[in-house]
Design a protein around this ligand. Structure first.
Ligand code: UT7
Length: 339
């Protein structure tokens, strides 16, 4: 049995923040951000919008695309939960009108979508669900210090989702082999130190807060992460290509996590994939963590580039460290507009 994609949808908040907008309050330039990352603008939540709201919008579009009104499980992949507890997925399921089905969050930062695909495929293979709605949703800019030039230009908010159903491995849309991995030795390269059990905001006996403010925000060591990202995504995608029996020439689209356009291009170069087969939307959305891959799929579809029968290679890398890749032949499905 395989997990087959039958629907895709995504959603972006309407507030566009350009590099020029950021420059007004940050010691940076449009030229630095564009040349070092490929990002020109990103979307940001505003007016109380949260991860839940983004997830519901993308989830509804994916359900519509799959022509489904219900599923057996809702999985939300996110690292920007609405609250530390409870998970956001049950509320998302409720708001989508699929109450009482299995619903849980999955946290794997930027590799959240491949991990979510593998988990959803596992639910289907185990007979727990015949249909799963997987949503990658992030309001991650709320966890980034707007005054930190190392991280503030990089991230954006958004959500993307797929519907998966039980099917046959040789059907278009069937998820191919997975390669998932992690390396916790480098856990500190990308982290939000405070908020969890290790570092709560507690008043000590002297009556002041023991958590420095910067620990509530994302801290990132960009350069070593860059090296790891290229290495891990290259190895991981090669493993998937070997297992599925495709050569690089067979790949119509490389859909790589959008952390930095230079990372995606470096992986493509290692794999010897021509530039026109490398999907890029980071210029308009920034790094949207678990939402990155479904937003990118939607983007190439919207621009008329993603056609049924095309061979798609997916890969992502992020905090943990963690990474994951898979491949599929694109199915013939109607897709709803991105925003
Ligand atoms: O999502 C998955 C996980 N994340 C990643 O994979 C991120 C991977 N890393 C990257 O994409 C890149 O490392 C960054 C885009 C984050 C940074 O680019 P870089 O080319 O590696 O720059 P750097 O951090 O080594 O900094 C180079 C210089 C430094 O100045 P000095 O020390 O050379 O004088 C920084 O202080 O650029 C400076 N810098 C900036 N300058 C202007 C750092 N951020 C900025 C900024 N504007 N926003």
């Amino acid at each position: 049995m395989a997990a087959v994609i039958t629907g895709l949808g995504s959603w972006l908040p309407s507030r566009v923040v350009t590099n020029e907008d950021l420059c007004a309050n940050l010691d940076t330039t449009d030229e630095w951000i564009t040349t070092r990352t490929g990002i020109r603008e990103r979307r940001m939540v505003t007016g109380g919008l949260s991860t839940r709201d983004l997830a519901v919008e993308a989830g509804a579009r994916a359900l519509k695309s799959a022509d489904e009104s219900t599923v057996d499980a809702v999985v939300v992949s996110t690292t920007s939960f609405d609250r530390l507890c409870p998970a956001v997925a049950p509320e998302v399921a409720h708001l989508l009108g699929v109450d009482t089905v299995a619903a849980f969050d999955l946290t794997s930062a930027c590799s959240g979508f491949p991990y979510g695909l593998a988990t959803s495929a596992g639910l289907i293979a185990a007979g727990v669900a015949r249909k799963v709605l997987l949503i990658g949703a992030e309001a991650f800019t709320t966890l980034v210090d707007p005054g930190d030039r190392n991280t503030a230009p990089i991230f954006g908010d958004g959500a993307g989702a797929v519907v998966l159903r039980a099917g046959e491995p040789d059907e278009p849309g069937a998820l191919g082999p997975f390669d998932l991995g992690s390396d916790g030795a480098h856990a500190d390269l990308l982290a939000i130190p405070a908020g969890g059990s290790r570092q709560r905001s507690a008043r000590n006996g002297l009556g002041f807060d023991t958590v420095p403010t910067r620990d509530w925000y994302l801290q990132m060591a960009g350069r070593p992460l860059f090296v790891q990202a290229v290495e891990r995504m290259t190895t991981s995608t090669r493993r998937v290509l070997d297992r599925i029996g495709w050569s690089a020439a067979d790949v119509d689209w490389f859909v790589g996590h959008q952390a930095n356009v230079r990372i995606v291009r470096a992986v493509a170069e290692e794999l010897q994939l021509p530039e026109q087969r490398v999907a890029v939307n980071i210029d308009r959305v920034g790094n949207t963590l678990a939402a990155s891959i479904p937003l990118l799929l939607n983007d190439i579809f919207d621009r008329g580039g993603l056609e049924p029968g095309q061979r798609v290679l997916l890969s992502a890398f992020g905090a943990g460290l963690s990474w994951g890749s898979t491949a599929l032949v694109w199915p013939d499905i109607p897709i709803d507009a991105v925003s």
